[in-house]
Design a protein around this ligand. Structure first.
Ligand SMILES: [Zn+2]
Length: 307
């Protein structure tokens, strides 16, 4: 992980701050997956290998779109990481370094949107937003939402209404979210523009998955980079205990508590690794130069030379 971090820093040194932060999440309901599993009377979670393969194909296509088809302009470099949260979400996060920077609000509006479209004018877009890009409900409407930490939404939703996109004094973008009365109903709650996750219309419709695009705040981006690279493996604390059901008999229950801090690899993580797909990837290549102390250089023998 330290080595990967050093590689990322080397790219930053050469390419400058990253410009876009993209999170692409796998959708187990993609028609390619559903078609395959339904024919066999299975559910998508029964065939994690198929999910992983399809996701990898879409991921490669997305990289193609960004890199070769230049949908956001010329790309200098990118780094991506596999992100998994308790194995439930399979997603990849990209840091994209562009050739031409776009620090103006107009330029941001051109690639990133955070509003609900008109259902009559653009029904396909509207359906994609409904399926993938509405956060919540959380807060008072749903206190047990997974995003809730200490009684607050950890992703800071709802955002506030803004007439136009601005970049605040800290360089942090506030996307346009007009108070136009448009809402989308989710779990019985009407959610407005304040709950839309920033995205790009073209990519959202093309990939049919949760695809979050954020313009990077220059200094905070580095902090994120650091955070992602140092996140480490998923861990789980497992506890085994035996307790007496007749707890009124005695206060001291015969109880054994063993806590283990275990490394945890979920089944989808597992499939991804077995198929040999990259957990982290970067383009620009970074060459790691090895050096050694005097008289302690490495010597490599091939199998044929050892007898
Ligand atoms: Zn929330």
């Amino acid at each position: 992980m330290i080595q990967n971090y050093q590689d990322a820093m080397t790219i930053c040194k050469w390419a400058g701050y990253p410009d876009l932060f993209i999170t692409f999440t796998c959708n187990p309901k993609w028609p390619e997956i559903v078609r395959f599993v339904e024919e066999r009377g299975l559910k998508s979670e029964d065939r994690l290998d198929i999910i992983c393969r399809v996701f990898k194909m879409k991921l490669d296509a997305l990289i193609q779109d960004l890199r070769k088809n230049k949908i956001f302009g010329s790309v200098k470099a990118y780094i991506y990481y596999r992100v998994s949260k308790r194995g439930a979400t399979r997603s990849h996060s990209f840091f994209l370094y562009k050739e031409d920077k776009f620090p103006t609000a107009d330029a941001i509006d051109h690639v990133i949107s955070a509003e609900i479209p008109d259902e009559q004018v653009d029904p396909v877009y509207h359906a994609a937003i409904t399926d993938f890009m509405i956060h919540g409900p959380c807060g008072d409407d749903r206190r047990n939402s997974p995003c809730m930490v200490d009684g607050r939404c950890s992703k800071y939703f709802p955002k506030r209404f803004t007439e136009r996109t601005i970049v605040d004094e800290d360089g942090y973008p506030i996307y346009r979210r007009r108070d136009n009365g448009r809402t989308i109903k989710k779990n019985g709650v009407h959610l407005d523009n304040r709950y839309v996750v920033p995205h790009n219309r073209y990519l959202l419709i093309r990939y049919g998955a949760h695809l979050n695009i954020e313009w990077c705040n220059q200094s905070r981006a580095i902090k994120y980079l650091f955070k992602y690279l140092n996140k480490g493996n998923d861990r789980v604390t497992a506890s085994f205990y035996h307790s007496s059901s007749e707890d009124n008999m005695e206060k001291s229950v015969d109880e054994v508590n063993l806590y283990y801090d275990c490394r945890y690899i979920s089944s989808c993580e597992d499939a991804w690794r077995i198929l040999g797909f990259e957990i982290q990837y970067r383009d620009l290549a970074v060459e790691r130069l090895s050096f050694h102390l005097p008289n302690q250089h490495n010597v490599i023998f091939s199998d044929a030379e050892i007898d």
